[in-house]
Design a protein around this ligand. Structure first.
Ligand code: 5AD
Length: 364
């Protein structure tokens, strides 16, 4: 049997790693077909809505030392901060008043009783100030089962924990080889989160040194086999104060990483039709139109940064991270207009839960 044409391939229900490699290595003409099939799938399965999550970067203090990340513990060139309760709650209030529907509390990975108590209090307070209406996603790294449970009980209902790369060998190359950076532990954390009842988000970086298209296709299959509800993935962007910067000669150009990231979004939308996919800021860091472009090829979630202005420049995971301008109050209506201009609709006052999660729950 001869191989299906690219058009036929895009219409399949099931995809092998080889199929996904073909999609990710599409030439210019096939890429347009990939993007338009992704748009079609997106509209028929999750509609034209785009959901907002106000991103609050609560602290850049981190116990981990990931080789790619600007807020890694050993980076002495970064000023460390932790927002006060008042700062976090006023950002949450802002999200509530501006009808974001939900927020994400993201921060460096800290494991301590104080930290667990602190987050628990914040989650309860956010619920209180919004009469239970603001959805809360946490993105605070690997924690114990008890901690995850306490935060869930307090009212958080979604959790983001990127696998970074689903290939254990690549994972090992971009993290220190010790128990704090253990691939298996990462997998266990994702399992724990799912069994507690969170909607679970994960993701990878795209265009890491020496990363192959086969590995990226494997990442997409990993999301599928782990029944993931939400994905945030974007281009790797080198940061000069990190060890991985030394490998910058092994990188593809930024615009190639950008295009590959869009192909990953489009392929994932075709593979997992009912999940939530975020249009991440790393795309926007490379191309000012990045946010809209990802929406057009299948993303349905945007995470505007609502961290208090003075701290936004300090939470630097990578260089050139977009800050301020686009995301302030005056600019929220601008964002809504830009999304409308490409034919999509920002759905305010909505949690925008992953449809995949809803059908997963029904099957239980
Ligand atoms: N480039 C792109 N993304 C990065 N992240 C961390 N460092 C970088 C970088 N240099 C991503 C990781 C992490 C998320 C919060 O930010 O995937 O999970």
């Amino acid at each position: 049997m001869s191989a299906p044409s690219f058009e036929q391939l895009l219409q399949q229900d099931k995809f092998s790693r080889k199929d996904l490699v073909r999609m990710l290595s599409a030439n210019e003409i096939d890429t347009l077909k990939l993007f338009s099939r992704a748009e079609e799938v997106r509209i028929s399965h999750v509609g034209k809505n785009v959901y907002l999550r106000g991103l609050i970067e609560i602290s850049n203090i981190c116990a981990k030392d990931c080789y790619y990340c600007g807020i890694r513990k050993s980076n002495k060139n970064t000023q460390r901060y932790e927002l006060s309760n008042e700062e976090i709650l006023s950002a949450a209030e802002f999200a509530h008043k501006n009808r974001f529907g939900s927020i994400v509390l993201q921060g460096g990975e800290i494991i301590s009783n104080r930290h667990t108590d602190w987050i628990e209090t914040i989650v309860r307070e956010v619920k209180k100030l919004s009469n239970g209406s603001l959805g809360i996603t946490l993105s605070l790294g690997e924690q114990s089962e008890e901690t995850y449970e306490r935060w869930f009980e307090a009212g958080a209902h979604r959790y983001l924990l990127r696998i970074e790369s689903s290939d254990p060998c690549l994972y090992r190359e971009i993290h220190p080889d010790n128990s704090l950076h253990d691939y298996q532990k990462r997998l266990q954390s994702l399992d724990l989160l799912q069994s507690i009842g969170y909607q679970v988000g994960t993701g990878v970086m795209i265009g890491l040194p020496k990363q192959t298209i086969e590995q990226l296709a494997g990442d997409l299959l990993f999301f599928q086999s782990n029944d993931i509800d939400m994905i945030g993935m974007g281009p790797y962007i080198e940061h000069k104060d990190t060890p991985l910067y030394a490998k910058k000669n092994n990188l593809s150009f930024l615009d190639e990483r950008y295009l590959l990231a869009l192909k990953m979004v489009a392929s994932l939308r075709i593979l997992m039709k009912d999940i939530n996919i975020a249009s991440v800021t790393a795309l926007q860091a490379i191309n000012p139109e990045g946010r809209e472009e990802a929406i057009k090829v299948g993303a349905n979630v945007i995470m505007p940064n609502i961290t208090p202005g003075i701290w936004r420049n300090v939470y630097k995971l990578y260089e050139n991270k977009p800050t301020i301008s686009q995301d302030d109050e005056d600019n929220l209506s601008y964002l809504i207009e830009r999304i409308a201009a490409i034919g999509y609709n920002v759905q305010l006052d909505s949690w925008g839960d992953s449809l995949h999660y809803k059908s997963r729950k029904k099957e239980d």
